[in-house]
Design a protein around this ligand. Sequence first.
Ligand SMILES: *Cc1c(COP(=O)(O)O)cnc(C)c1O
Length: 392
Amino acid sequence: MTMVSMHTAVAEQVVDAIRSVVGPGPVTLHEPSFAGNEWEYVKECLDSTFVSSVGKFVNRFEVELADFTGANHAIAVVNGTAALHVALKLAGVKAHEEVLVPALTFVATANAVTYCGAMPHFVDSEARTLGVDATQLRDYLARQTEQRSGHCVNRSTGRVIRALVPMHTFGHPVDLEGLLAVARDFNLVLVEDAAESLGSYYHSQHTGTFGLMGTLSFNGNKTITTGGGGALLTNDGELARHAKHLTTTAKLPHAWEYRHDEIGYNYRMPNLNAALGCAQLEELPLILAGKRELFQRYSAAFASVEGVTLMAEPKQCQSNYWLQALMLDAEQANQRDRILEQANAAGFMTRPVWVLMHELPPFSECPRMELTCAQLLSQSLINIPSNVRGVI
Ligand SMILES: *Cc1c(COP(=O)(O)O)cnc(C)c1O
């Protein structure tokens, strides 16, 4: 067999494997599923006229979210990016500081750092979790930083590195044990970008509850959606109070007076969105079961496709399998675009992973470590249709 026909075969095998699991196309990458009380709760908002900043669903959503994740507190906000912005602000991130974020992430992680006037500092990921590599990061920080009066300082830039924001890629938990140790040893605040990992557990504890704060997203493409939405998780009561205050224009409670004691944000989740969220939360266990079942079916279908591995949850972790991902072996990495072309042409929506952050114009000048693994991953990952409809 010539090299060309061998390569063609890989793309065809991938398309056939996808088709064998999801049926004939067209099939989207990810779409929301509204199979429960969505209509009823949203209608209740409309009927009551409480669609905006007042209404019972916001509190209820927060309580149920805290309940589900095991966090002491959840604060619902307008989107996941806003949640990250406020979490970083509360973590003490200030102008002209740096924050460690993976180069392999959605742009929101890096954007939120800049909203605090700080600069993202990009770090490498590992293939095992698709998240920040704790071992490499430790070595890098040992070389690149020094401690000055209890602060981690970048030797090259002289700036304080305030925080570390790992992200749980496609729902697969990062090496939290390793990263919490790095954060402790180098005096960094750990904030988890858990936007993709609602329903994912590290050693039986929900992601987003390990750091000082964690953030979730309920955008339309996430595991559950509120239309647009996000939340902050924290176990610290004072931080939770401050987060709520900051995200509701920092208004002091009063029957009629408008008095605001600091610069706040209009980040509160509207009642209408929270109503949708309450209905979606009720369905979350079923959605998670469906995602896991889909993973099993893809596993079986891809077992015989050589050079292609379906991404599985890391050891001692439970992934929500938000987006199913294929990893191409080094020899197959040059076939990525051919696979994407053939799959999309056949009606199966597939996508490469994000362009690495340091390759984007606004972040090209940011400090970064060697990104060997992230570079490799960015060339070899493909997301495949991940809908639960038809599975559950
Ligand atoms: C979705 C997402 C966010 C935030 O999303 P919003 O669209 O602002 O809700 C942040 N980080 C990552 C990694 C995400 O995937």
